[in-house]
Design a protein around this ligand. Structure first.
Ligand code: SAM
Length: 289
């Protein structure tokens, strides 16, 4: 269960898709001046060193954030990609892009003084690192709470947020096959308490049956509960049995204009990240969105 370490994958193409989608949602939600609760059920370590032993073994950032860093002129005019990239540049102490931010850092950077941030991470090695990283950042004394706990089970405890506005990121590794079911169960419980929340689920696009069926199971859940949804997938190369060539984001109750934001950013991400012109993307929504 604890074999997964996000340090091996930090800054890969899946992180790029997930983090740009996350920031785009928050930006759109911040158009309203009401406090927002941001919840990250699978937070990871918060910050990653792209030159440490994990990243150097996998080199996954080479097919993700480091491709963007090589081609900044290609996304200069896209505010969503550019804002994400500037947040990352703001973390570096030298010219090299060495530090990659996980979702907790990006959430913290995006939150306003009125917002709340709730982070959960179960890994006994990653939680202390997350805590140390977030303790360093708590200088603004915002309302941030970290729990070393099962995020699937804990989520409902934070819902509904007092302001009745919230965004939840559910980002498990799916190395445990039970994660597919656990996501659906925890979404169901969460929606019972807070049906108007914005829920973002990341998932890998793989040839395995449970992975292949996952988007249709999410769609079924949304249809049964009468919820609007948006599904975005980004492929950087053909999906074959080994490795991660593509991933997706399933967003329940997508903020207004998210589709337009992603319609602008995903073609650029495809151009920048694809290998041998073999990339593609899809954006699908339910008819009422
Ligand atoms: N959200 C992070 C980001 O975008 O930077 C990456 C998260 S990583 C894909 C998944 C994390 O979930 C790992 O750090 C893993 O240790 C943690 N984890 C696994 N099972 C968990 C559970 N039941 N509850 C909370 N965290 C869990």
């Amino acid at each position: 269960m604890f074999s997964y370490r996000h340090g091996f994958h930090a800054g890969n193409h899946a992180d790029v898709l997930k983090h740009i989608t996350l920031l785009s949602c928050i930006k759109l939600l911040h158009k309203k001046e009401t406090p927002l609760m941001l919840v990250d059920t699978h937070a990871g370590a918060g910050l990653y060193d792209l030159q440490d032993r994990f990243a150097k073994i996998s080199l996954e950032a080479n097919e993700g954030i480091l491709q963007l860093a090589k081609n900044p002129s290609l996304f200069q005019t896209n505010l969503d990609i550019n804002d994400y990239f500037q947040m990352i540049l703001g973390l570096q102490s030298s010219q090299d892009l060495k530090i990659y931010p996980g979702s907790p850092y990006l959430l913290w950077q995006s939150m306003r003084a009125m917002d709340k941030l709730r982070l959960m991470e179960l890994h006994p090695s990653d939680f202390p690192v997350l805590k140390e990283n977030m303790d360093l950042l708590k200088i603004k004394r915002q309302d941030i709470k970290l729990d070393m706990i099962d995020g699937f089970g804990m989520l409902k405890a934070y819902l509904p947020p007092p302001s009745r506005r919230g965004l939840v990121l559910i980002d498990p590794s799916y190395e445990d096959k039970g994660d597919y079911r656990a996501v659906l169960n925890s979404l169901e419980e969460a929606i019972k308490r807070f049906a108007t929340g914005v829920y973002l689920v990341w998932y890998p696009v793989l040839t395995r049956l449970d992975a292949k069926e996952f988007p249709s199971r999410l769609k079924k859940l949304c249809q049964e509960l009468n919820l609007s949804w948006l599904n975005a997938e980004l492929r950087i190369k053909p999906v074959i049995e080994d490795g991660l060539s593509a991933s997706g984001m399933w967003i329940i109750n997508p903020p207004w204009q998210l589709k337009e934001s992603l319609e602008n950013s995903l073609p650029l991400l495809q151009t920048i990240l694809q290998i041998n012109d073999s990339g593609s993307y899809t954006i699908e929504t339910n008819p009422t969105t």
